[in-house]
Design a protein around this ligand. Structure first.
Ligand SMILES: Cc1cc2nc3c(=O)[nH]c(=O)nc-3n(C[C@H](O)[C@H](O)[C@H](O)COP(=O)(O)OP(=O)(O)OC[C@H]3O[C@@H](n4cnc5c(N)ncnc54)[C@H](O)[C@@H]3O)c2cc1C
Length: 492
């Protein structure tokens, strides 16, 4: 069918996160004029800095970076060739401050051998995917086994105190990785699939005016009224038969049914895990469902805390909190109700100070974070205050105010972002992005976008953006006799 006729087709996009907006933007740009987005919440976007704040790998290959530059949303430093050329392999070279649970400041030079070992192990774990080997089932198992073995070999000459301290530090770094991956423990993150995630060159940068600026700029390219808010979709009715007259319809929570030629589902994987049985009729094919279940979607929350004056060094960019009784390489808390705060691995420092004041962003992943969400704000504030007083040894430090995210209890997200679970492979990501019906039809009734559907940039804004463009391309190709179009961002 010629693209011109296809431009009349009715396309419903579920979800107005970056994936949904990107899909709409590309379709509208190509001339599709019956596109609409149904969004469950009242918000005009969901990625204000309580969620994403960095562009990971800001360089030419990163479409978020290219768009941000195009819209003039970045500062000169982020645009410099030096910044883009820096290949940090996912580990930004931030200036650290280390504090211990007995209130001492630890010296970076004493900590560095443990950091180096940890980074070496993460890099090795990433390489296993291309080698097709999986000596252990999870990244956690691998790191524990290899840390013990190599520490025995490499740190023999060190005193018992130093060796113990380094093991405690590795426990802290395991919690950092839980935050990075959005997992409860690194024992849930599949070792064989860990290397599927790819980093891009460039030193992570932020939007001085907030990530919101990107969403606003993209939205400005859409016709007004294209997004309907407070319209949660309760069911997507699709057809498993080869020929269907009106292939798909979307049922909204108030009972209204909207028919369409195509539906692009961009709901988060956490939502899909919880609601797949009611969201699709007929249900998802088994292989797709199994991948939804196998892939991981955990919680990572931010706790912003503001102070009158800093208790960290002027140049400090990240603060690590090392518990001195965690020699056992632990990344989970045994008694969550009593000790959930132990999972908060530390803080990043919001820079520049002239813009933000003295604000830290605490990071807490896992079930401990999910429990934290249930507590009243003053209890969280109290726990954070006690934590900081203990680690600095200064009983006078008092935060001015606090703000936290609650991603797990957000009914439309049900967590933070995707990681490959134990036993996962590239096939699971292929299954997640595969349209319905999966076999014997070229109809592409129901398409899937969203960060969880990107083969190597899952868990990121650029992954979400590319997944939206990918599904728009799929429809453009479907109606086009000239083959798939050029990527949109190459034209910017
Ligand atoms: C704490 C945190 C920090 C992060 N930091 C970074 C970072 O620094 N850099 C980075 O690149 N990425 C980061 N991310 C990840 C990034 O924010 C996400 O990968 C990205 O925003 C996902 O976009 P999306 O469009 O796939 O999903 P979403 O933005 O979740 O959009 C899905 C939409 O679907 C809607 N929806 C759900 N159910 C329904 C329904 N039934 N009917 C209608 N609508 C529905 C939801 O309300 C939502 O608006 C972070 C995430 C978190 C939580």
């Amino acid at each position: 069918m010629a693209l011109r006729q296809g431009l009349d087709s009715h396309i419903v996009i579920i979800g107005s996160g970056i994936a949904g907006i990107a899909a709409a933007q590309k379709l509208v740009k190509y001339g599709f004029h019956n596109v609409r987005i149904l969004e469950a919440t009242a918000r005009s976007n969901n990625i204000i800095e309580i969620g994403a704040n960095w562009i990971h790998g800001p360089s030419e290959e990163n479409p978020v970076y290219c768009l941000a530059r195009h819209y003039g949303l970045l500062e000169p430093e982020a645009l410099s060739p030096e910044n883009q050329a820096m290949d940090i392999g996912g580990h930004p070279p931030w200036v650290p401050n280390w504090f211990s649970s007995s209130g001492k400041k630890l010296k970076a030079e004493d900590m560095n051998p443990a950091v180096d070992l940890f980074v070496e192990l993460l890099n090795e774990a990433s390489e296993l995917e291309s080698r097709g080997g999986e000596p252990q089932a999870s990244v956690g198992d691998f790191i524990r086994t290899e840390t013990r073995r190599r520490a025995e070999e490499q740190w023999q000459g060190e005193g018992a105190w130093t060796r113990a301290q380094r093991m405690c530090l590795i426990s802290n770094l395991l919690k950092v990785e839980c935050s990075v991956n959005g997992s409860h423990t690194m024992d849930q993150v599949g070792l064989g699939a860990f290397g599927l995630y790819k980093t891009l060159p460039g030193l992570d940068c932020t939007f001085p005016g907030g990530y919101e600026g990107l969403v606003r700029s993209l939205m400005s390219e859409l016709p007004g009224g294209l997004v309907t808010y407070r319209r949660p979709v309760s069911c997507v009715h699709w057809s498993n038969t080869k020929v269907a007259v009106q292939p798909v319809s979307v049922e909204v929570e108030d009972g209204e049914r909207i028919t369409a030629d195509h539906v692009i589902v961009t709901v988060p994987l956490g939502y899909l895990k919880m609601h797949h049985s009611t969201l699709f009729s007929p249900p998802l094919p088994l292989h797709k469902l199994h991948s939804v279940q196998r892939m991981g979607f955990g919680t990572n929350n931010k706790i912003f805390v503001e102070f009158d004056s800093p208790w960290w060094d002027v140049d400090c960019e990240i603060i690590y909190l090392v518990w001195e009784d965690e020699e056992d390489l632990v990344d989970q808390v045994a008694d969550v109700k009593r000790s959930w705060i132990r999972k908060l691995f530390g803080f990043t420092v919001l820079k520049p100070t002239e813009r933000y004041g003295h604000v830290l962003c605490g990071w807490i992943p896992g079930h401990e974070s999910e429990y934290m969400e249930t507590l009243p704000e003053h209890e969280v504030m109290h726990a954070v205050t006690q934590l900081i007083r203990r680690f600095t040894g200064d009983p006078t430090i008092t935060p001015r105010r606090m703000l936290r995210s609650q991603w797990f209890h957000d009914p439309w997200t049900c967590g933070s972002y995707t990681y490959p679970g134990r036993g996962c492979s590239a096939q699971d990501l292929d299954n997640l992005m595969e349209p319905l019906p999966t076999k014997g039809s070229s109809q592409s009734q129901v398409l899937f976008a969203g960060e969880a559907t990107h083969a190597c940039y899952y868990s990121t804004v650029h992954g979400a953006l590319l997944s939206g463009w990918r599904e728009a391309d799929r429809l453009i190709s479907h109606y086009s006799s000239t083959g798939p179009p050029e990527p949109l961002w190459s034209k910017l």
